[in-house]
Design a protein around this ligand. Structure first.
Ligand SMILES: Nc1ncnc2c1ncn2[C@@H]1O[C@H](COP(=O)(O)OP(=O)(O)O)[C@@H](O)[C@H]1O
Length: 144
């Protein structure tokens, strides 16, 4: 199984289209990302890691996992990462409005989308177990 960190791939391959002055970060070129990942995704067996999902083709996935975090914990995590001001507030607000969960539900069939809490190291361990179980269930049902 491969871990595809979309942010890292974009950085390594320079898959950007301009710079966002407000958030002080490069803007992802979604079409270039799709082209870059198409071959590896069509082989299967990938875990794709990103903070958005609506631009990925549905055919790439059999399971979509949305990790959720309580707002106070998220605030502290993002501050530690160096986020502040509007960027910090917008990220926390996005979690309050469960924007990514809704994006996933709007983009993929509801039965594919799993929402998991990720507040504590125990949650982290549980989530790894749950995701491994989801993968092996799907594999035994579909790969002969
Ligand atoms: N389940 C968790 N329990 C405790 N701390 C966590 C958990 N998940 C993430 N963190 C903390 O938050 C930081 C950011 O996590 P990361 O997985 O990089 O978040 P994202 O990719 O969503 O921005 C990690 O370095 C870690 O310190």
């Amino acid at each position: 199984m491969r871990h595809v960190d979309v942010g890292l791939v974009a950085k390594q391959q320079d898959l950007y289209d301009g710079f966002d002055d407000q958030y002080q970060c490069p803007i992802l070129d979604e079409d270039k990302v799709i082209d870059e990942l198409e071959e590896v995704m069509s082989e299967g067996g990938n875990v794709v890691d990103y903070h958005g999902c609506d631009f990925f083709p549905e055919r790439w996935f059999h399971v979509v996992v949305v990790l959720r975090t309580d707002n106070t914990l998220l605030y502290d995590r993002l501050s530690k990462r160096g986020y502040s001001g509007q960027k910090l507030t917008d990220n926390v607000q996005c979690e309050i409005f469960q924007t990514i969960l809704e994006e996933a539900r709007d983009s993929y069939s509801h039965s594919m989308v799993h929402e998991l809490p990720s507040n504590t190291p125990e949650n982290f361990e549980q989530n790894v177990d749950i995701i491994c179980t989801l993968i092996s269930e799907w594999t035994s049902a579909h790969v002969k």
